[in-house]
Design a protein around this ligand. Sequence first.
Ligand code: CMX
Length: 427
Amino acid sequence: MDNLREGIQNHIIELQLEIDNIFARGRNSVVSEVTVGQIYGGMRGLVALACNTSYVDPYSGLYIGKYTTNEFSDKLPEEIFFLLSTGKFPDKESLADFQNDLNKRAKVPQYTWDVLRSLPKDTHPMTMLSLGILSMENESVFKKEYQKGLQKADYWKYTLEDAMNILAKLPELAAGIYRIRFGDGNLIPYDSNLNWSGNLAHMLGVNDDEGFADLMRLYLVLHCDHEGGNVSAFTSRVVNSALSDLYYAVSAGLNGLAGPLHGLANQECLRFILKIHDQLGADPDDKELKKYIIDTLDSGNVIPGYGHAVLRVTDPRFTAFMNFGNDNCAGNHCFKIAKKLFKLVPDILSAYKGGKVASPWPNVDAMSGSLLYHYGLNQFDFYTVLFGVSRVMGFCAQNILALGLGQPIIRPKSVTNKWVIDKLDEN
Ligand code: CMX
């Protein structure tokens, strides 16, 4: 992984130079304002963070580094991690070197399996994933080096070691969780001839089809990162900013991802589609489907997979999944219902609540579940784990770069209602 380390080092130098130039132009310049609505409204739209791994443009979607979703969606997750943390895709040699390193670190310790097997049978797989990572915290290289006395400039190097150890183990850990939670508990051995996503597909043991391995690749690529302010990435960064090591930070980020308004939404989408399938049949007509959507909204429920805090167009990741479905499972009933929803939901949501829904368009979750289901991965509780495996790449890259840039502990100021009232009185 020498090339990766060197790539990150160079990227940190480039980013630091940019920041130095920004500071030279006005460290105290005001570039954003805060409204009372934002203080009470989840800080939505408030610009108060810098993140250089990825950027979400409201109209063109996710960029990793300078690449659009269309430009990176055919890559391997390993290439994506390289891109997230160095700003560049790896050459062939750097990729092979990185993959070899992952192979060497892939084994999950026995004590982690013991912890996971001791949990109640109905434990949510996201709890198992978060706990699995946390159980290995005593392995943190950063923590050991920090205790010996570590220069601030070297924090990122040992955090990279932790990142490699965590990332390498994720396929075995996630697949093992699937087999303990939903299968007979027998684990399928890791195959060092397969790549990262290929191994995950293989060790799940649900389908040996090449299409399934390619779907895993696409899934792990498309969910890797989504700026720094989303619940999971921000949580992970806040925790790591206290120099809690990456095991704590990754586990914390995953706990945020487990919420129904964030990562858990993808399992809700498939549940919604299957309910439509059960109640209206495999091929509902537009009229009945429209009524079903409106009834869902009128009963106070959201349409899962639609809407976004930042995006204001169809998520290009949704389109990438739809293209995959058109090529690989066009006849599947769930896929066809998901496509019909895409035809109807945006117009209905646009008119709903007097146009209050900021984005009536589908997000990444609206399609992916139908594809996983097509290949026999029919335990929806597991879907957020796949999202998590992918998103850990973003957590790791964001934390490594932030430490490399010497960013301090995160500690925004909160205020009381009285402070806000006094401030309004002053104006
Ligand atoms: N169905 C029904 N109502 C919706 C809606 C949907 N899909 N999306 C937004 N709305 C409603 C909101 O509930 C809100 O209503 P209230 O003011 O009465 O509470 C109103 O429209 C305005 O919300 P918004 O500004 O458009 O959306 P937010 O930024 O507050 O929330 C999100 C964004 C994703 C949580 C929301 O669109 C939603 O709940 N979608 C369904 C769940 C989902 O698909 N989540 C996946 C998110 C993907 C990710 O994590 O990356």
